[in-house]
Ligand binder design. Structure first.
Ligand code: HAM
Length: 439
C-alpha cells in the first residue's frame, strides 16, 4: 500500500518497543544524574529566535543554516530549539535561580530541531539528554560532569567510547588565536566556501567546523588553540586532566575539537564511537563561562553536556546491549461466553486497581483467537472464564512459561491474583538465586 502521509524527512516515530527503550534509557540517565545532584527541568520547545542568535552564535552553522524559524501569528520570530543549553540559561535567569544556592544543577530530556541533511545518526528532529551546572568554576566541576557522562555509558552497558578533550581558552587567549587563524585562512580565502569567507573577519574559529570538504581539508593544517592558551586557561586545563587521571578516566587531548556552538570557553569534550558510522559523536559538551553574562545575567561560570539519544540507541543496538522493554502484561482474561465477557470487563478493572496489568477481550474473538492473542503479546498468566467457572465461583490461572496452574475464587479475585502473582515472583527469585556453597 502506497501511503499518502509519511513522517517528515529526518524525523522518527517511536512505536511502543522503541518508546519503551527511550523511556528506560532516559529514566536510567535521570537517575544517575540525580546521584550527582542534577534535577530535572523542562523548557519550551520554542524560544524567541534572538536567544539562539546570541547564545549559539550568529556565525555558527546551526544559526546560519539549520534553525526552524518562523513568524507566529503575533508577528514574533520564534525558533524550535536546536539544543537545550540556551533555554536552560534563559530559565536560570528568568526565575532568578542565580539567587539560589550554587551550584545549580539541571538535567533534561528534550527534542531538538536542526535542518540538516538527514543520514544515519543525523536527524532533523532528534532528542538529547543533557545536564547544565551553574556557578562552579573549579576544574573539578569539569571533571565531575565528564565522569557523569562516562558513568551514564557504563550504567547502560555501553563500552568502547573514546573521550576527547580540548581547551578552547577564554576571550583573552582567543584574540591572538583568531588573528593567527585570520592570517592562515586569509592566505587561502579564495578556496573557502562563501559562508566561511564571511566568517573570516567575524569569527574565523567557525571555519574549523565547516562541513564543506574543501574548508575541512584546509582547516586540518590550521593553527591549534592549545598553542595560544593564557596561563590561567592552561592551568585550568592541566587541573582538569589531573582530575580525570584521579578518576582513572582515559582521554585523548584532541586540539582540533572546537565544537560547533559559539558559547564554549576553556574545556570542551566529546565521547566518540567508531561503531555507528560517520555520525559517531554520541555526547558533546564543555564549559561556557561567558554565556550567562552574555544573556544579561550575573557573571556565572557554567558547564554541561548533551547526549544524542538516537545515536545512543544506535550504539546500544550495534553493541548488542539489550534495550529496556515494557513490563509484560501479567494477566489476560479469556471469556467463553458473552456473560463471561461482561464479567471479565469488571474483573480486569479490579485487577488493574490492585496494580497489575490485565487485559480482556474487547474485540469479540473466539476462545482460540483470545488464547493466540495472549500468547503473542507475551502474557505471563491466562485465566479462562466460562459458564462452569461462573457457576462454581472459581477460576484457574495458568502460568504461561511453566504451565503451572492455580485455582482462585471469583469472590475477591483481584486481591487473590495479586497475592498469587507476588508469591510466584518470590518463588522464582528463590529458584534463580545461587547461594554460596554450603548455605
Ligand atoms: P551538540 O554537540 O550540538 O551540543 O549536540 C550534542 C549531541 O546531540 C551530539 O553529540 C549528538 O549526539 C546529538 N546531535 C546533534 N545533532 C544531531 C542531529 N542532527 N541528529 C541526531 N543527533 C544529533 C549541544 O547541543 C550542546 N547544547 C551540549 C551542551 C550542553 N554543552 C553544554 N551543555
Amino acid at each position: 500500500m502506497e501511503l499518502r502521509y509519511k513522517a517528515p524527512r529526518g524525523t522518527q516515530d517511536a512505536v511502543p518497543d522503541r518508546a519503551a527503550a527511550f523511556r528506560g534509557v532516559e529514566l536510567t540517565m535521570l537517575g544517575v544524574a540525580g546521584c550527582y545532584g542534577f534535577r530535572e527541568v523542562r523548557t519550551p520547545v520554542f524560544e524567541h529566535t534572538e536567544l539562539f542568535d546570541r547564545s549559539v552564535g550568529e556565525t555558527t552553522d546551526v544559526v546560519q543554516k539549520e534553525m526552524y524559524t518562523f513568524t507566529d501569528n503575533g508577528g514574533r520570530s520564534v525558533t524550535l530549539r536546536p539544543e537545550g543549553t540556551a533555554g536552560a540559561v534563559r530559565m536560570f535567569l528568568e526565575h532568578g535561580l542565580f539567587n539560589e544556592p550554587t551550584p545549580q544543577k539541571y538535567a533534561y530530556v528534550t527534542s531538538c530541531y536542526r535542518y540538516e541533511k538527514p543520514q544515519a545518526g543525523r536527524l532533523r528532529e532528534f532528542h538529547q539528554f543533557g545536564v547544565e551546572c551553574f556557578g562552579a568554576a573549579d576544574p573539578l566541576a569539569d571533571a565531575e560532569v565528564i565522569c557523569l557522562a562516562q558513568e551514564l555509558f557504563d550504567t547502560l552497558g555501553i563500552t568502547g567510547l573514546t573521550l576527547r578533550i580540548n581547551s578552547i581558552g577564554c576571550p583573552t587567549c582567543r584574540k591572538a588565536y583568531q588573528d593567527a587563524l585570520r592570517e592562515y585562512f586569509g592566505a587561502r580565502k579564495d578556496e573557502l566556501c562563501e559562508t566561511c569567507r564571511g566568517r573570516l573577519e567575524r569569527n574565523p574559529m567557525r571555519i574549523l567546523d565547516c562541513k564543506s570538504p574543501v574548508c575541512h581539508a584546509i582547516a586540518e593544517k590550521a593553527p591549534v588553540i592549545l598553542d595560544f592558551l593564557c596561563d590561567d586557561c592552561r592551568g585550568h586545563f592541566d587541573r582538569v586532566k589531573q582530575a580525570l587521571d584521579d578518576y582513572d578516566l582515559p582521554y585523548e587531548v584532541d586540539p582540533t575539537i572546537v565544537r560547533g556552538l559559539d558559547y564554549y570557553t576553556r574545556t570542551v569534550f566529546e565521547f566518540v564511537s567508531d561503531s555507528i558510522g560517520a555520525q559517531g559523536t554520541v555526547c558533546g559538551g564543555g564549559r561556557y563561562d561567558g554565556l550567562v553574562k552574555e544573556l544579561e545575567g550575573p557573571d556565572t561560570p557554567a558547564l554541561g553536556f548533551a547526549v544524542g539519544l538516537e545515536r545512543l540507541l544506535m550504539l546500544m543496538e550495534a553493541q548488542g546491549v539489550s534495550l529496556p522493554a515494557d513490563d509484560p502484561v501479567q494477566l489476560v482474561l479469556i471469556a467463553q461466553t458473552p456473560e463471561a465477557r461482561r464479567l471479565t470487563a469488571t474483573l480486569a478493572r479490579d485487577v488493574r486497581l490492585s496494580g497489575c496489568a490485565c487485559l480482556f477481550d474487547t474485540v469479540g474473538r473466539s476462545v482460540k483467537a483470545q488464547m493466540k492473542y495472549a500468547n503473542k503479546i507475551g502474557a505471563q498468566y491466562t485465566c479462562v472464564v466460562g459458564e462452569s467457572e461462573m457457576a462454581e465461583g472459581s477460576v484457574t490461572i495458568k502460568e504461561m512459561a511453566t504451565g503451572a496452574t492455580e485455582t482462585l475464587p471469583l469472590e475477591g479475585f483481584a486481591e487473590a491474583f495479586a497475592e498469587y502473582a507476588m508469591r510466584r515472583v518470590v518463588e522464582a527469585f528463590g529458584e534463580n538465586m545461587q547461594l554460596p556453597d554450603g548455605q
